[in-house]
Design a protein around this ligand. Structure first.
Ligand SMILES: O=C(O)[C@H](O)[C@@H](O)[C@H](O)[C@H](O)COP(=O)(O)O
Length: 223
């Protein structure tokens, strides 16, 4: 990519790695699962991944977490994935969303759990993001369900967090660990400092990203 910024180069490198992981697993199995995080960081990664040559009809895509909003809402992670990843040939992928027509995530969690359990586990790759508070997926330090999210063997749970405007639904730490590969995709100096602080301690309740420092974790970071 001529004159690409460091973040664009990072997105391209992560897209190449993600596609290679899927190809390797698809050489051994019929279908392969990719678990993605939302937010703003992954958009260039989604756009680069959409251009990768893959048997997309054999790829399953789901989210690590979701805001409990309609897909028409700008805050929807599913909207982000459909707009930036599921385009062109990548539109053939099977996309499993984490919302239902229920009013609340607590009402929808059982149906979403069945959808998630039916996917091809272990996932080929889980791509995590991280907030400035050290949250990942929707495992937030100030969430009253954080302890549950870090300890349950249930695949999915609803979370409510004072710092977040919407109720959320998230895969549990246990389920997010059920992957062959884990990536943390972050950018900027603030998040680099948060990761450094996370690496110097071990209390996941303070910085939930720490729950993923006990497994191989490829950090994709650019300034
Ligand atoms: O729904 C979400 O918001 C994400 O899944 C969340 O865990 C995200 O990865 C971090 O909040 C970082 O978000 P940014 O990339 O926007 O900083």
């Amino acid at each position: 990519m001529m004159n690409a910024t460091p973040r664009e180069q990072l997105a391209e490198q992560l897209a190449e790695a993600a596609a290679e992981a899927l190809r390797r697993d698809l050489a051994q199995q019929e279908r392969a699962l990719l678990v993605l995080s939302g937010g703003s960081t992954p958009v260039p990664f989604f756009q680069a991944l959409a251009k990768q040559e893959l048997p997309w009809e054999r790829v399953e895509v789901t989210l690590a977490d979701e805001r409990w909003v309609n897909e028409s809402d700008e805050a929807s992670n599913a909207r982000l994935v459909r707009r930036h990843l599921l385009q062109g040939k990548a539109a053939a992928a099977s996309f499993v969303v984490l919302t239902t027509d229920d009013e609340t995530p607590e009402q929808g969690v059982e149906a979403v759990t069945q959808r998630i359990e039916a996917l091809t586990w272990p996932a080929s790759l889980v791509v995590l993001g991280m907030g400035g508070d050290g949250h990942t997926a929707s495992l937030f330090p100030d969430s009253r369900e954080l302890e549950l999210g870090l300890t349950t063997d249930a695949p999915v749970l609803a979370t409510r967090t004072p710092s977040q405007p919407q109720p959320r639904i998230t895969l549990s730490a246990d389920r997010l660990h059920q992957a062959r590969r884990h990536v943390l995709h972050i950018t900027g100096d603030d998040k680099r400092s948060v990761l450094a602080r996370a690496m110097s301690g071990d209390d996941s309740r303070e910085l939930p990203i720490r729950a993923f420092l006990s497994c191989p974790l490829a950090v994709y970071w650019a300034p």
